[in-house]
Design a binder for this molecule. Structure first.
Ligand code: AVJ
Length: 311
């Protein structure tokens, strides 16, 4: 029988692969160990990091209209559930939701957040699903009368390249057929505003990025000079994305077990992309994947948008 490989083994395999490839890059999902998840919560509170507070304000203000789109008796599926704070602003307006299905890879976190949500919404059927939502997964069957609706807030889709975003949207359109998707996107804007959001003055985003190396040290016994790398985040205008990298300050070597990886001065490990979209651009992307555009909700500055996409 195939034993499922542990999270640590998966991290080890992906980090070795990342350090062996050129250019070096690794999935941002490895930011989110316990320390990284806490740092991300802090990022969401930073004055420079506008996405969380802008999206929450939109949900506050327009939650009722969004709930209208979702409709009654829906099975609501949240892709990549965090603290489950945002969905409450929809649940408060939904008519007789059939079930809420938060899907997340991090089981302990998902179950704790689901239990807490259950205490606040005692009548709600919550069916957490521990799974990687980018991979094939089995959602609970839906009632014949009800629709299935996806919720993908936070501009998490921004972590995907447009090609990966298309793969996700095609999969989602299939499993949400007859229903829809409510999705948050971060808008293309003044590069200085984007730059500030990923280079906060308190250094929390830097700590979040550098935690990836700290995690390698904690979990895999990686050996390197902790002061040898710096946080680098910049807007790549042609590709319309923020890139985060860990940049080597000088020539140095990282050792993991028996293996050594040499870095030249200035060389980087690319840790994250955060793609920015126009509303038209995103609707066009989604249209190619089986969705048709519906209402959109944006703040007055057009910094962040929630879109309804009919599946
Ligand atoms: C969770 C992917 C939406 O891209 O803005 C925040 C992650 N990285 N600061 C983003 C993040 C650095 C965030 N997402």
């Amino acid at each position: 029988m195939n034993m499922p490989i542990s999270a640590r083994q998966q991290f080890a395999a992906d980090l070795h692969a990342a350090l062996s490839s050129r250019p070096r890059n690794i999935s941002p999902k490895y930011f989110y160990d316990e320390i990284g998840s806490r740092l991300f919560e802090q990022i969401c509170e930073l004055p420079e990091y506008y996405p969380t507070r802008t999206e929450l304000a939109l949900l506050q203000k327009y939650g009722r209209e969004m709930a209208e789109c979702i409709g009654p008796h829906a099975q609501l599926v949240e892709y990549g559930a965090g603290a489950l704070r945002k969905v409450r602003l929809l649940l408060d307006h939904l008519r007789e939701p059939e079930a809420f299905v938060p899907v997340d890879i991090s089981g302990a976190h998902l179950l704790a957040a689901s239990a807490e949500l259950g205490r606040a919404y005692p009548g709600l059927k919550i069916a957490p699903l521990v799974a990687d939502f980018t991979q094939p997964h089995d959602l609970p069957p839906r009632r014949e009368s009800g629709r299935r609706v996806g919720f993908f807030p936070g501009s998490s889709i921004g972590n995907f390249t447009p090609a990966e975003a298309r793969d996700f949207l095609r999969m989602a359109a299939q499993e949400l057929r007859g229903g829809g998707l409510l999705i948050g996107i971060d808008r293309i804007k003044e590069p200085a505003l984007l730059h500030a959001a990923y280079n906060d003055s308190a250094g929390v985003t830097a700590a979040f990025n550098l935690n990836l190396l700290e995690r390698a040290r904690r979990e895999l016994g990686a050996e390197f000079d902790p002061d040898g790398f710096l946080h680098s985040a910049f807007y790549n205008a042609p590709l319309q994305r923020i890139e985060m990298h860990l940049q080597s300050r000088r020539a140095q070597t990282i050792r993991i077990g028996e293996t050594s990886y040499d870095f030249a001065g200035g060389e980087t490990l690319h840790t994250e992309n955060s793609h920015k979209y126009s509303v038209d651009g995103f609707q066009a992307l989604a249209a190619g994947c089986g969705f048709s555009a519906g209402p959109v909700w944006s703040d007055e500055r057009d910094w962040f948008t929630l879109l309804w996409l009919q599946a």
